[in-house]
Design a binder for this molecule. Structure first.
Ligand code: FAD
Length: 332
């Protein structure tokens, strides 16, 4: 086994942006992951895990370490812990659409919300991906991961994964010395359903995305997290409760819908739109007029173009609304 060298990351990015990885390795299984991590430790180089590349802004300067791509993608069904229940276990490299397709073919419901959600199981578990009222954590039973500090595989229950809004223990562990863990596979609890209804529901989500998201351009989804209502009004206070009951909020002269997905929040897209930033561009990057929380690669954008627009969005929204937007995408 050998690392490849100087591989362009743009080819692995949904954004089509990114310089070369000094070292690059696609691991076909857990033993290859262990080997690559051992090798990186020996070479004293940092490691970045890249999966579907649908949520990462990669720097034009590239990455001066190892980019590791887990590519194992088996999905299997097994008997659940509760009598009569079914669990599906998927490898980290399986795509979310493969997982949804596997479940639909077996009339297993629970992932319809993920229709059209790009990326892999590993990426979705790590970020607790969610939309249309669903989140990865709702169906997870357990997650297996590789810990580069002990060089061992461990299994966590859903509780031990400490999932939050676009958050998990795996995301948190990336901040520690010695590197985060690599998600290897996850087991999900699904329920019996009707195959046609499952496909119909998933297709509705796909159609919604086509209509409302700028999928015609390379993009990495929503750039910023939606804003919890409690950052505007104290949780449980009169204004907070009134906004939740009404499903809307008048804030600094602007009317916002309050979404309950997964808890009371206002859309970052609306803040960006009301800040007058729809369609603003920098170099080849543009704040999408169709969905302003997307910054699209309209015409050969550089990572710099995107980064400048992200800074602009944060600054203008902060000045107009006093709200600090937090990045949803990862930057390397
Ligand atoms: C058009 C579009 C729509 C989107 N809509 C949504 C949405 O509705 N909801 C939502 O939540 N997201 C959405 N996203 C963002 C993205 O699809 C998800 O976050 C997805 O789960 C990322 O998976 P990925 O495999 O592409 O991960 P990548 O983009 O490759 O990686 C994302 C992060 O996860 C880490 N990672 C990846 N695999 C592993 C692993 N096996 N172990 C440890 N860490 C890992 C990476 O290091 C990186 O930090 C959208 C993106 C696009 C392009």
């Amino acid at each position: 086994m050998k690392f490849k060298e100087n591989i362009s990351l743009a080819a692995f990015s949904n954004y089509k942006i990114g310089g070369p990885a000094r070292f690059f390795f696609e691991a076909k299984g857990e033993r290859e992951i262990a080997w690559a991590m051992k090798e990186a430790k020996r070479m004293r180089i940092p490691v970045f895990v890249l999966a579907g590349g649908t949520n990462i802004l990669m720097d034009d300067g590239g990455f001066a370490g190892l980019v590791l791509r887990p590519t194992m993608r088996k999905i299997r069904m097994r008997r659940g812990a509760v009598k009569g229940s079914v669990e599906v276990e998927a490898d980290a490299g399986a795509s979310m659409s493969e997982l949804l397709g596997f479940a639909a073919q077996r009339s297993l419901a629970g992932f319809e919300w993920a229709g059209g959600l790009p990326g892999t199981v590993g990426g979705a578990v790590r970020g607790n991906a969610g939309c249309f009222g669903g989140e990865m954590k709702d169906r997870i039973v357990s997650v297996r991961s590789f810990d580069p500090r002990t060089m061992k595989v461990r299994t966590r229950t859903v509780k031990q994964c400490a999932f939050g809004y676009r958050d998990s223990v795996f995301k948190q562990l990336e901040k520690r010395k010695g590197g985060g863990e690599i998600v290897l596979s996850a087991a999900f609890r699904l329920s019996g359903g009707d195959a046609n209804a499952i496909v119909r529901e998933a297709k509705k989500r796909i159609a919604y995305r086509r209509e409302h998201q700028p999928l015609e351009y390379p993009n990495i989804g929503s750039m910023f997290k939606n804003v919890p209502l409690e950052t505007l009004h104290s949780k449980g206070g009169a204004k907070y409760r009134a906004a939740v009951t009404a499903g809307e909020l008048l804030y600094k002269g602007t009317r916002f819908s309050v979404k309950m997905d997964p808890f009371p929040m206002i859309a970052a897209a609306k803040l960006i739109s009301e800040a007058g930033l729809r369609g603003v561009s920098m170099g080849g990057a543009m704040i999408s007029p169709k969905h302003p929380n997307f910054i699209v690669n309209a015409l050969g954008a550089s990572s710099w173009d995107v980064a400048v627009l992200m800074l602009l969005v944060k600054e203008v929204v902060r000045r107009k609304f006093g709200v600090r937007l937090e990045e949803e995408v990862q930057m390397i």
